[in-house]
Design a protein around this ligand. Structure first.
Ligand SMILES: Nc1ncnc2c1ncn2[C@@H]1O[C@H](COP(=O)(O)OP(=O)(O)O)[C@@H](O)[C@H]1O
Ligand SMILES: [Mg+2]
Length: 389
């Protein structure tokens, strides 16, 4: 099973690359589905085929699907929503307003992610290709399972216990609606599927993220930050795709100057993303629309390479023994130590870079030990744990 995530700034060519790659993988003999979590619905436009929320077959061994996150939300969130509406109603918030309030922002995107898990579980596909929303949303989205499970693990068992004891009492004392077991079951279901999504996405043997960019300074800068943040959450980036390279035969002097600039940016990309393989796709002149155009785009992009393969070996997060000590290493390419913040609370480690924070539960072997040093060097954070006794 493989999951491929295509991410990058808006308009760089994520949807095009994801669709083309899926066609290529199917052509090579594997069963593949390309699914779009981007509410802009551009996957349909790119393929020139009307897509729906259910997978439809668009080529031999190739399926496509345009997720309607809101619909998934309704399916899964039903019970909890009803309860929240009751609470809001009780609190004096009425009708339409309550309806709007009970849809927590970001929740629909969260369900889009759980869909990746059901596609993996279905056994119908060898490869799941995900056309992600633009970078900022994707990072937020991909950090959600991590953050939510952290809260769920701590708050959920307790609140359920309290609920069992208190709810009969509460409902006698006040008119406050108390969440019943159905609500908790729904919560548990969501939690379980998020936990599985997290396990799938953070397993580099299953999931690879690919950074799509254009040879332009601002796009590159954003891609570097994305690389850092994805690494922070343990997602393995295994390739860089530079799209819209001007072909060499564009001879007009005006194009020549543009091409020279692109070459300089390409060099920057190749140097700075050094450890990652860099794939290039040419600017095709017009738009890339329809299965034929996408297939030929895939040929130019991937050449002889197998896009379903894991293109870089490595472990974003690992623990190694050093004599009596342990070193926890986390790849954080391009991270700046002035942006980095590290806090520990018992068996928990909080790593922040800029606006993003990862809550890491330490394995037993580390949680009993003390941190003796932490250093960020060559894009890798190394934290040393020593025996306290
Ligand atoms: N290499 C290319 N040459 C020409 N047009 C391209 C190329 N890559 C993408 N496009 C076009 O650019 C537009 C945006 O591409 P898209 O894949 O939808 O970007 P994103 O998903 O990153 O927002 C589309 O109209 C697409 O057909
Ligand atoms: Mg898109």
């Amino acid at each position: 099973m493989r999951v491929l995530l295509f991410t990058g700034k808006g308009g760089v060519g994520k949807t095009t690359t994801a669709a083309a790659t899926a066609l290529r993988i199917a052509e090579q003999g594997q069963r593949v589905i390309v699914t779009s979590a981007d509410p802009a619905h551009s996957l349909s436009d790119s393929m020139g085929i009307e897509l729906g929320t259910e997978p439809i077959q668009i080529a031999p061994r190739c399926w496509a699907q345009q997720l309607d996150a809101r619909e998934r939300l309704e399916e899964n969130w039903g019970e909890i929503r009803v309860w929240m509406m009751e609470v809001l109603d009780w609190a004096g918030v009425e009708g339409i307003e309550a309806e709007e309030l009970s849809v927590i922002p970001g929740l629909d995107e969260l369900f889009a992610l759980t869909e990746v898990e059901s596609l993996c579980e279905s056994g119908l596909f060898d490869v799941v290709v995900v056309d992600c929303a633009p970078t900022a949303e994707t990072i937020r989205l991909l950090s959600l399972p991590d953050i939510l499970s952290w809260y769920m693990e701590r708050l959920y068992p307790a609140s359920r216990r309290v609920n069992r004891l208190v709810s009969p009492l509460l409902s006698r004392l006040t008119s406050l609606p108390v969440a019943d077991d159905a609500v908790f079951t729904a919560g548990q279901r969501l939690y379980d599927s998020l936990d599985s999504v997290r396990r799938i996405l953070a397993d580099p043997k299953i999931t690879s993220a690919r950074l799509v960019m254009n040879p332009e300074a601002m796009v590159i800068a954003e891609a570097r930050r994305t690389y850092t943040y994805l690494s922070l959450f343990g997602y393995q980036v295994d390739a860089v795709i530079v799209n819209r390279m001007l072909p060499e035969l564009a001879l007009d002097p005006w194009f020549e100057k543009w091409r020279e600039e692109q070459q300089i940016h390409l060099q920057t990309i190749e140097q700075s993303f050094g450890a990652l393989p860099v794939f290039r796709a040419e600017h095709v002149g017009g738009e890339v629309v329809g299965l034929e155009a996408l297939a030929s785009f895939a040929d130019g992009l991937w050449g002889q390479a197998d896009p379903s393969a894991r293109l870089v070996a490595g472990r974003p997060l690992r623990v190694d023994r050093q004599g009596d000590d342990f070193v926890l290493s986390l790849e954080l390419p391009f991270a700046d130590s002035s942006d980095l913040d590290l806090t520990r609370a018992g068996g928990e480690l909080f790593i922040s870079i800029g606006p993003h924070r990862r809550n890491l539960t330490l394995p037993d072997s580390l949680s009993r030990r003390e941190i003796s040093s932490a250093a960020l060097q060559d894009g890798c954070l190394a934290i040393k744990f020593v025996d306290a006794t």
